[in-house]
Design a protein around this ligand. Structure first.
Ligand code: AHR
Length: 496
């Protein structure tokens, strides 16, 4: 098959906000305990943080990490996780039916962000709690001192404020499974008042309101409209969440989910802008896609879990090669909307639906680690409006292109990077792109992620089964790029 990318260096989508490469750590399963924190591990540092995990996270180059949930946050009392560890209560976590020991909390997380070279995106509990507690946590984190909660932080050994800039106003409040689930009007009002009081404490913070938990939520659309109508002035971002699965073992349909994701993003943009128009505002609401990934492999296993245990193996999806292709496609889809998707979080980061897995004997990289690593490290700069002329196939989502692709220009480095997924399971794709505006550019690097088996996985015993390799068939002649993208493959082609 043949495809063409059409670009013009003056025709841009927008600058990439580096926070589009964010991720997520929830108090859930083995994400915190045995994931990022395991004092008894030989890999732990003096604070109990796993150094091997930090090293892998640094490779992913993740600028923000959302914390502490997820569903967990909707019943969480942040005060339980600060102060002397021997005084912290053990509590029921009703979101995941486990016991939370609170041995890791807000201050440990903030210490960990520095080690992992990242920053916090902090969520407040708007499920079982309200505006008073939302106010207090901002005071604890961001006020220098001289007030009850800021002095409490100092007493806990943190002289300087954490200065957390990005805050989520609850989590998935449209979901019936959420503790303190609300109607759109109830949540919109609460988000407005919580947001207003949080910004009274620290006007420099930015706030994310909950959008829908997925595109197929029955309230999708009207939820966004109503919520924003209530809290437009107080918030800066509206969230989107979406997970995909291949439950019918239909890979073409599974990979066509990038079409659904694109539609989801476009729809939310439309609703944000409709509310803007209705309210005659200058301010534009941006998008925070703060939970996205593949999630389905572990669903059956998780149904068998005993209630009220500690640190169970929960949501431990073992990702295969086709999952990595979709993850690449999802990232490409978000980049194509870089003008509006400013924040995004791969959900999650360690052990729980994660690119990084741990055991007592080590840490390893799942298949989805690699597209994230390649795009996060090489996808910095400005997105070019990339017209993809490629053959399509029929899917439940409508016509799905065989090729997902986007081009990113980095003016500082003087590079142009192409990310591309060939979704064709049998045929290679000949890719052509006219680069005459990019005088004298040559292929600097071509990395390919492919495998003959769509279901191939990486495990602790066999961690290098699915890994990227060097590509050797991309060339520029007379200003025209030509590359052969083998069947079922992801490519990072850097030119400069
Ligand atoms: O990431 C796992 C869960 O998925 C989160 O806790 C919740 O927000 C979503 O439903």
């Amino acid at each position: 098959k043949k495809s063409t990318l059409i670009i013009d260096k003056h025709f841009i989508v927008g600058e990439i906000d580096h926070r589009i490469y964010g991720s997520f750590i929830e108090h859930l399963g083995r994400a915190v305990y045995e994931g990022i924190y395991q004092p008894e591990s030989p890999f732990a540092d003096e604070q109990g943080m796993r150094k091997d995990v930090v090293e892998l996270i640094r490779k992913l180059n993740v600028p923000i990490v959302r914390y502490p949930g997820g569903n967990f946050v909707s019943g969480y009392h942040w005060e339980d996780g600060v102060g002397p560890k021997n005084e912290r209560p053990e509590k029921l976590d009703l979101a995941w039916s486990v016991i939370e020991t609170n041995q890791f909390g807000l201050n440990e997380f903030m210490d960990w962000t520095k080690k992992a070279n990242t920053s916090a995106m902090m969520a407040v509990n708007l499920g079982t709690r309200g505006i008073e507690d939302a106010k207090n946590i901002v005071e604890y984190c961001n006020i220098q001192g001289g007030s009850y909660y800021s002095d409490m932080r100092k007493k806990h050994g943190y002289e300087q404020p954490h200065d957390i800039k990005l805050w989520c106003l609850g989590n998935e409040m449209d979901g019936h499974w959420q503790m303190g689930h609300k109607t759109a009007v109830e949540y919109g009002r609460l988000a407005a008042e919580a947001g207003r009081i949080m910004k009274m404490v620290d006007p420099s913070i930015e706030l994310v309101a909950c959008g829908s938990s997925a595109l197929d939520m029955p309230t999708f659309g009207s939820w966004e409209d109503t919520v924003l109508s209530e809290c437009y002035d107080q918030v800066d971002y509206l969230s989107l969440h979406q997970y995909y699965g291949n439950r019918d073992n239909n890979t073409p349909e599974f990979l066509a989910n990038t079409v659904a994701m694109d539609r989801f993003i476009q729809s939310v943009i439309s609703i944000c802008d409709a509310v803007k128009a209705k309210k005659r505002k200058n301010k534009t609401i941006q998008l925070s896609f703060d939970e996205w990934n593949v999630w389905y492999h572990s669903n059956n296993q998780d149904k068998k879990l005993e209630r009220w245990c500690k640190v169970p193996h929960q949501l431990e999806d073992v990702y295969n090669f086709e999952d990595a292709l979709l993850v690449a496609g999802m990232m490409i889809t978000m980049l194509r909307h870089a003008d509006r998707v400013k924040v995004a979080c791969l959900a999650q980061l360690v052990n729980v639906i994660a690119p990084i897995m741990t055991s007592d004997t080590g840490a390893w990289m799942q298949t989805i680690f690699y597209p994230f690593e390649l795009i996060s490290n090489h996808g910095r700069g400005t997105v070019l409006n990339t017209i993809v002329k490629a053959p399509v196939y029929e899917s439940k989502q409508g016509d799905a292109p065989y090729l997902d692709s986007v081009c990113v220009v980095n003016e500082e480095e003087e590079t142009l990077t192409i990310f591309a997924v060939n979704k064709d399971l049998e045929d290679s794709m000949e890719l052509t792109c006219d680069l005459r505006q990019f005088k004298d550019y040559q292929v600097k690097e071509h990395i390919v992620l492919t495998h003959s088996d769509l279901k191939a996985v990486n495990t602790e015993e066999n961690p290098n089964n699915v890994v990227p390799v060097k590509g050797d068939n991309a060339k520029i002649e007379g200003g025209i790029l030509q590359a052969i993208l083998c069947d079922k493959s992801f490519h990072m082609i850097k030119l400069g």
